[in-house]
Design a protein around this ligand. Structure first.
Ligand SMILES: Cc1cc2nc3c(=O)[nH]c(=O)nc-3n(C[C@H](O)[C@H](O)[C@H](O)COP(=O)(O)OP(=O)(O)OC[C@H]3O[C@@H](n4cnc5c(N)ncnc54)[C@H](O)[C@@H]3O)c2cc1C
Length: 397
């Protein structure tokens, strides 16, 4: 009988790991507390480092069929819509060895779930992890389903259970302290394409920069939807439903704050802010980098290991890279603890760098006054090729 992997969480990371390990011949069980795979989260950019890992997992073709492939990344000034940069990314395959895609999170999650189950993984919904044990020759989980507790044993445990990861807390890998609020709140929405101006439907990613706020938009689902992300500076408040701290909240009550943050922006930008019938809000959190992602037979991946602000579009990308790297190490080393430790050594530096650079990118996006002018001048001085070259460490890795 093959070795058995237990996976906590069926987000993008957990499902990518399920697929990767099932392809390696592991018996895989994924435990997810939600009763169904939810339509949460709207659009995701899949940068070339993510699509390269998906190709390695044999999933890129199915995912590519549901994704858009933007031709350019346009950077605009929020106040007047003036163009700061027009970066060609439609040739990402030539430039970085893999395509640059955009996809609805629900489509990505469903496709990964289908690929993982087709490869032999078992998905257990409505099953909450409440305990973790890492003994000498096994890893085990205590689960709660319909109020009844049970125990599962495996050869290893992968904690892919997100920002508030119980695996991280219960396995002694995490710090006791809570995640830190970054000072930024992201509002997300999707709108039917016919509700926005034709330019906002173009097959491009548009990034608009202003003082203390930015707005990103791009088409999804063959151009039928437009995905919007508006990030603003905010003071922290508890999500209305504190029972579900991972979930976004319905942001209708915050709409005045959103309108105020974009009040001085161009008419195009304000029309985009006004277009959705519903916004949802995510407070953005970080944690200091961990010294290691694995201990004994337990390894962390994705947001459980290295939560990051979304300003480099890397949270899901890094979860997918982690899954692919972990399966690769397990293929290389028969000894599980050795494989998990090699995975940790291999990933820690890159993840910490991306966490840091994502925070710095958020600060750069929200500059005001002379500092914003200096930023815009340096983008112009670099030129499109210079800006794209600077992304090589991230996308070509
Ligand atoms: C505004 C915004 C924009 C973003 N844009 C991008 C982008 O363009 N590109 C990109 O790559 N990333 C982006 N991200 C980041 C990305 O969405 C996340 O980093 C990524 O989804 C994390 O995946 P994960 O699998 O690690 O965690 P999650 O998606 O959080 O999954 C964790 C899973 O574990 C489950 N779970 C938790 N606790 C338990 C328990 N006790 N028992 C059982 N199950 C449990 C949860 O229900 C959940 O399903 C963005 C994020 C935000 C907020």
């Amino acid at each position: 009988m093959g070795r058995r992997a237990l996976i906590a969480g069926a987000g993008i990371g957990g499902l990518a790991a399920a697929l990767a390990l099932a392809r390696q011949g592991f018996r895989v069980d994924v435990f997810e507390r939600a009763p169904a795979l939810q339509e949460l989260g709207a659009g995701l950019q899949l940068t070339p480092n993510a699509t390269r890992a998906l190709r390695e997992l044999g999933a890129l073709e199915a995912i590519g069929a549901l994704a858009t492939e933007p031709g350019a990344l346009r950077v605009l000034r929020g106040a007047d819509g003036g163009e700061l940069a027009h970066l060609p990314i439609g040739d990402a395959e030539r430039r970085w060895g893999a395509p640059y895609l955009a996809i609805h999170r629900a489509d990505l999650q469903r496709t990964l779930a289908e690929a993982a189950t087709a490869a032999g993984a078992n998905l257990h919904l409505a099953t909450e992890i409440v305990g973790v044990d890492d003994a000498a020759n096994e890893a085990s989980l205590t689960l709660r389903r319909d109020g009844v507790e049970s125990r599962e044993r495996g050869d290893l445990l992968i904690g892919a259970d997100g920002l508030h990861s119980p695996t991280r807390a219960l396995s002694g890998l995490g710090e006791a302290e809570a995640p830190r609020f970054s000072g930024k709140l992201a509002f997300r929405a999707t709108v039917a394409a016919e509700r926005v101006a034709p330019r906002a439907r173009a097959n491009e990613i548009t990034l608009r920069l202003g003082a203390s706020a930015h707005l990103v938009h791009y088409p999804l689902r063959a151009g039928s939807l437009v995905n919007l992300v508006a990030a603003i500076e905010a003071s922290w408040r508890d999500p209305p439903d504190s029972e579900a701290p991972d979930d976004p909240w319905d942001a209708e009550g915050d709409r005045p704050a959103l309108d105020r943050a974009f009040a001085d922006w161009s008419g195009d930008a304000r029309a985009l802010i006004a277009a959705p019938t519903q916004w949802r809000a995510w407070p953005l959190y970080t944690r200091p980098p961990l010294p290691r992602f694995a201990r004994g037979r337990v390894a962390l991946i994705g947001d459980a290991a290295h939560p990051m602000t979304p300003f480099l579009a890397q949270g899901a990308a890094q979860a997918i890279e982690d899954a692919e790297a972990l399966a690769r190490r397990l293929g290389e080393h028969k000894d599980i603890e050795r494989a998990l430790s090699a995975y940790s050594d291999n990933r820690i530096e890159r993840a910490a760098r991306i966490q840091r650079e994502a925070l710095a990118q958020g600060r750069l996006f929200h500059l005001d006054g002379p500092l914003a002018v200096a930023r815009d001048l340096s983008i112009a001085a670099l030129g499109p090729e210079g800006v794209l070259r600077r992304l090589g460490w991230l996308y070509a890795a």
